[in-house]
Design a protein around this ligand. Structure first.
Ligand code: CTP
Length: 395
């Protein structure tokens, strides 16, 4: 079982550390917590102890703690040290090598990788001193998970929010993954979300795709070191760290953006592209009189175009959302579209918009059926498999 030492700093975002511990435990990671004096103003040692099912450490000068497990040992028995939230003050003391409490002493004494998730007011994040400290820590080998942008507890708006616990968990899992860095130097193209096909200026044809699975895959690939271009249909999801996002609305725009993003080492087509578009009216269609006679025109198949085109990536992966005969339809799609793998899922349940997914990887080598997993876990496993495949076939 992988072990994480979690240092909870003193910021309002400390409450998110509680959810992060729960998610880590659910993912089979053992967690030990260190709570700074500031952190204890926001969450209690009791909360962290109950969630982590382990003792919580707060002081450098605790004789009982020191007798049971010295602070040097505490800093080294974990596989990864995570600082979340990392306050401006904590980042500054880490960058300067100050060791004036248990958290900073452990950070100075550890020989394990360190992942810090900063959270602070936007002005503090943008201040020259913090910029300097982040640059220094990065140069020292600390992985900094960039904060999210959005409304802040202090009433201001901008970058500085702690990323959601799911995003921190994904970064932790990639830091713990033996596949870490295995996609460095690769360019991977991912499509995600639905497309909207306008009927007139106010109406469109669409579908229920949330984009969650595609965004999770883009994030998992970036976490393994790939340069990821994510061509996204209309969704409101945050862009995963390290991913270059191109927003499009229609299937035709998605097809253009995909062509412009080539060449790539792999293309993972997760988008639920609308099969048809409408010859859109320039003005809003008014009710009354005859029913509108919508003429549907077939959209280009982006996956098939890429798989059969001159700039074909070495690995082309399609998705197939099916409601019946899942494997048989996926096998037919594999052949028809020229993909290397089809990731097939049964969407007759609550997959669309939900957080879980149960998939089958269909390829020339056969069918690999995975158990029901979260979309984040499907993404991680798929990223690992993509890395293995690309690295096997490296010329
Ligand atoms: N796809 C695509 N361009 C399209 C339609 C689909 O790139 N115009 C891709 C999707 O991103 C997905 C795969 O093709 O990776 C399968 O999509 P799906 O809609 O299941 O396939 P269809 O060919 O439309 O088959 P069906 O008749 O089941 O709708």
């Amino acid at each position: 079982m992988k072990k994480v030492l979690l240092i909870v700093g003193g910021g309002i975002a400390a409450y998110k550390a509680c959810e992060l511990i729960r998610l880590m435990r659910k993912a089979g990671i053992a967690v030990r917590c260190v709570l700074t004096e500031g952190g204890a103003q926001f969450v209690t040692p009791m909360t962290l102890a109950a969630l982590s099912e382990a003792p919580v450490h707060t002081s450098l000068w605790d004789l009982k703690d020191e007798a049971e497990m010295g602070h040097i040992q505490l800093s080294r028995e974990a596989d990864l040290v995570v600082v979340a939230p990392a306050t401006a003050d904590l980042l500054a003391r880490m960058a300067a090598g100050i060791a004036d409490d248990l958290a900073t002493t452990l950070l100075l004494a550890t020989d394990k990788p360190v992942l810090a998730a900063p959270a602070m007011n936007v002005r503090m994040w943008e201040h020259a001193a913090t910029r300097r400290n982040v640059a220094q820590l990065t140069a020292d080998g600390v992985t900094i998970l960039p904060p999210d942008e959005g409304p802040m507890a202090c009433g201001e708006y901008g970058p500085g929010r702690l990323p959601e616990p799911e995003a921190i968990l994904a970064a932790i899992q990639s830091a713990l993954s033996p596949q870490r860095g295995t996609l460095a130097g690769r360019h991977i193209l991912v499509t995600a979300g639905p497309t909207h096909e306008p009927i007139d200026p106010v109406r469109f044809l669409g579908n229920r795709s949330s984009g969650k699975q595609g965004f999770a895959i883009a994030g998992a690939l970036a976490a393994l070191g790939a340069r990821v271009t994510l061509v996204a249909g209309p969704v409101t999801l945050p862009t995963p760290p390290g991913v270059t996002r191109i927003d499009v609305e229609t299937a035709l725009a998605m097809a253009d953006a995909v062509q412009a993003a080539l060449p790539a080492d792999a293309a993972i087509m997760v988008a639920a592209v609308a099969d048809w578009r409408v010859g859109a009216a320039a003005h809003k269609i008014k009710k009354g009189g005859a029913l509108p006679d919508l003429k549907l025109v077939e959209n280009p198949d982006i996956l098939a175009t890429v798989a059969k085109g001159p700039a074909r990536p070495r690995l082309v992966v399609g998705f197939a959302a099916e409601t019946d005969q899942v494997i048989a339809h996926a096998e037919a799609k594999l052949a028809r579209k020229g993909a290397d793998w089809i990731v097939a899922n049964d969407v007759s349940g609550a997959v669309m918009g939900g957080d879980d997914n149960s998939v089958h990887i269909v390829s020339a080598a056969g069918v690999d059926s995975w158990p029901a997993l979260t979309k984040a876990e499907v993404a991680r496993r798929l990223a690992d498999r993509i890395a293995t495949t690309l690295n096997e076939s490296r010329p």
